[in-house]
Write a new protein. Structure first.
Length: 188
């Protein structure tokens, strides 16, 4: 049962109980032009014995619906917890997918950096920036970017400064890891 239906049902039960417990209230409301609260009417129109009987009836009503209300509350809590559990499972699956994607990207990055062996990097590090720029321009993007990534930043920036701006931009994008990944529609 949805919570709205439960609320409506509860209000109907409360109204029915009020009508049964306080019949004088309904008669007073029909005949009197002014509004009188049910508590005032019940307190002034019933004797002490009648009030105790009404109070006992109300208490018995509350006792009778206590288990039903508790069951309804537990059912609602269970359904809410199940919905939360489902959302958590979906988020965990999404996070696992992202983790796998990141691990694949990291492996690709490590392979990319391993492509430039230390001895090749040492050779480019000792070259003049103009000569290194000419040599790196002739290499494919992956190898040139791997060499630039292994060089220190001062040497890499000097070499990129000597290159054609379009080629330098390509290599800078490859260094950032974006060229190949964005071509496949992936994100790092």
């Amino acid at each position: 049962m949805t919570s709205i239906r439960r609320r409506i049902l509860f209000r109907l039960l409360a109204a029915t109980l009020a009508l049964q417990l306080c019949p004088v209230v309904t008669q007073a409301a029909e005949t009197a032009p002014k509004t009188v609260s049910p508590i005032e009417t019940a307190a002034t129109s019933h004797s002490g014995l009648e009030m105790r009987a009404l109070t006992e009836e109300a208490r018995q009503y509350c006792v009778n619906i206590r288990d039903v209300a508790a069951d309804a509350r537990y059912a609602w809590q269970k359904s809410t917890l199940e919905a939360l559990d489902k959302r958590i499972a979906e988020r965990i699956a999404a996070l696992e997918e992202k983790r796998a994607e990141y691990e694949a990207w990291l492996k690709k990055r490590e392979d990319f950096l391993a492509a430039a062996r230390e001895d090749v990097v040492a050779i480019y590090a000792k070259m003049r920036p103009e000569a290194a720029a000419g040599q790196l321009t002739a290499l494919d993007d992956d190898m040139a970017a791997a060499v630039l990534a292994r060089l220190n930043t001062r040497a890499s920036s000097a070499i990129l400064n000597e290159m054609d701006p379009a080629r330098a931009s390509q290599l800078a994008s490859a260094l950032a890891g974006m060229t190949e990944l964005s071509a496949k529609g992936e994100t790092p």
